[in-house]
Every structure is written in C-alpha cells, then in structure tokens.
Design a binder for this molecule. Structure first.
Ligand code: 13P
Ligand code: SF4
Length: 316
C-alpha cells in the first residue's frame, strides 16, 4: 500500500464519519479528481452543492466556489482544504468598483460571472457561468442595459454571440486563460491540422477565434467555444480523434481517462492555475479531520447573493 492509497483510504473513512461529499473542479490535480463524488464545471458544482444531503461539503476548487456552496447551504459546513486557493479573475473586481460602476448606469442589470466574491454577487441581479452566460443575457429584456463582469473575454464572446449592443463589459481577466493566445492556437494547429479545437471563452484567443470562425478561417464543425463541462462532453461524443484544448491543462486528465483512444493536446502547456493546484490529498484529509477551513458568508450578504444564483440555476 503506497502513501496515496493510504491517504485515499483515510479520506474515505473520514468522509463517511462526517457524512461529507467531495466536490471537485475539472482543473484539480489528477489525484483529487479521482476521489471526487462530483467532478465538474462551475455550474455542475453549484447545482450539486444546492442538491446534496451531506452535512459537510469539501470543496476541492477555489474560494468563490466554496462561497457559492455556502450561500446555497447555510446549514451545512463548507470546507476549503487550502484557504489561500483564490482566483485572479474574482479579484479583478471589488465591491467598491462595482458600486462605482453601477452609479454610472443606475438602471442596468448586473450580470456577474460566478468567479466573483459573495459581496459582488450580493450587488448583482444575475449570476452566470461559462455554460449559461448566453442564455442568461438572452433572458434579460432587449431594452435593458447590461453590466457584464468581470471577464472581458467571456463578455466579448457573449456580446458577439447574442448581438447585444447595450452591454458594458468589465476589463477583468483570468491570468491563466488570458495567457492562451491566438499564436498558441495557431502553432499547435500547424502540427495537428485535422484536430478539433475546443476553446474556453475566458481565453485570450477566444475573441480572435470567433472572428476567424466567422471569416471561414477556422473549420466550423471542428471549432467549439465551451465550458469545461461542455468540453468533456464534446470530447466524448465527437467523431474526431485529436483535440486541441485551450483551457487550464488539468482538464486533460479526465479527458484522457474517458477517451483512451483519442489524443488531447494543450494549446498552451503552461496554462496551469496555481490556485486549483493548492488542493492536495493531505490537505483534504486534514480538512475533514480538523474541520478546516470553514467558508461562511454573513447572513445579510448570503440572502442578497442567493437571488442571482437562484435565478441562474433556474435559467439553466
Ligand atoms: P467552468 O468550469 O465553469 O468552465 O469555469 C472555468 C473556470 O475558470 C473556473 O475557475
Ligand atoms: Fe480563477 Fe483562472 Fe484559476 Fe479559474 S483558472 S480559478 S478563473 S485564476
């Protein structure tokens, strides 16, 4: 029995003892993905957090995800195994920034990506994730102005896809995805010209890819902008055998596991989220044993932040 096996065994024992569930994002380390009860994208994990009967939720992801679970579950214990697992995108807008922005557009509807703090969500009308951002924007009456935050690449993608003119976009970015450039995609395509291209809309290459797609310079049937969950689905169901993946590289573990006969190539191999990789097996065990680190949200903020999340979950 090696160290990882005994850690896994202990984690399972503690999970049972505490009636806990382990939720993990698709960017987590392989060994964390492998112990998850639910592995998925942000929307899948928010839904799982809303539906669970467990007493304890161990969130193997980043802080805003654990906070979202806490907003949905005031009576459960939500644990983040490393309290420093933050998110550069969520940090790109503060409550003061948003209040300032809103004062310039007092009648606008605020659409916040799930990658935001609970305080920012509490000042928002709708939440969205990469898998439902278009649907959420389309659900808002045409004449209503929209403040979309905080990701500029996702915002530009949604604006292009919906043709929405009265949408203002915050200039935030995720440093990991912003670093995946059009040149990266171009280079990998040169080596794998027949591959299918799966792009996360947060990427620095997403806007140019949409342009190239509309100009016929990228193959329509082989280019898709998707959430991480959407990418995993597409990889399973597509007839292609090679895929260029433009997102955080942690997702390749699950893709390769589910599709042993297909080839997956990272558009940029250094696209690694340091925050997602902070969660390790020893920290998961420690979190269950020591009840750390509890993520909670004050009741006033929680009640206000719940509304935009519930709206998002209802939209789909
Ligand atoms: P999704 O998994 O919802 O596509 O989100 C990507 C992401 O950057 C989460 O931090
Ligand atoms: Fe945040 Fe980017 Fe890491 Fe996702 S990949 S958690 S958006 S820093």
């Amino acid at each position: 029995v090696n160290d990882q096996d005994s850690l896994r065994y202990e984690i399972m024992e503690w999970k049972e003892k505490r009636n806990a569930i382990i939720l993990a994002h698709n960017y987590e380390l392989p060994e964390i993905q492998d112990i998850a009860d639910v592995l998925g994208d942000s929307l899948t994990l928010a839904r799982a957090a809303a539906q669970t009967y467990a007493d304890v939720i161990v969130f193997c992801g980043v802080h805003f995800m654990a906070e979202t679970a806490a907003i949905l579950n005031p009576d459960k214990t939500v644990l983040l195994p490393d309290i420093h697992a933050g998110c550069s995108l969520a940090d790109s807008i503060t409550l003061a920034d948003l209040r300032n922005w809103k004062s310039a557009y007092p009648d606008a509807a605020v659409v916040s990506y799930i990658n935001t703090s609970a305080e920012v969500k509490a000042e928002s009308d709708y939440c969205c994730t990469s898998s439902n951002a278009i649907k959420v924007v389309e659900s808002i009456p045409e004449e209503k102005e929209i403040l979309f935050l905080p990701d500029m690449f996702l915002g530009a993608y949604v604006q292009r896809a919906t043709g929405r003119k009265n949408m203002h976009i915050w200039m935030g970015e995720c440093h990991v995805h912003a670093g995946i450039s059009p040149a990266d995609v171009d280079n990998v395509f040169r080596d794998y010209p027949d591959a299918e291209l799966l792009i996360h809309p947060e990427c620095g290459c997403s806007t140019s890819s949409m342009y190239l797609l509309s100009e016929g310079q990228l193959p329509k049937e082989r280019t898709h902008l998707l959430s991480t969950g959407g990418m995993l689905e597409r990889a399973k169901n597509s007839p292609s055998s090679q895929f260029i993946i433009a997102t955080e590289t942690g997702i390749l573990h699950q893709m390769e596991k589910e599709n042993p006969n297909k080839t997956f190539i990272a558009a940029n191999r250094s696209a690694v989220c340091p925050f997602m990789k902070m969660i390790t097996l020893p920290k998961v065990l420690e979190s269950l044993k020591e009840n750390q680190h509890v993520v909670s949200v004050s009741e006033t903020i929680r009640q206000r932040a719940r509304l935009p999340i519930d709206r998002m979950i209802a939209i789909g």
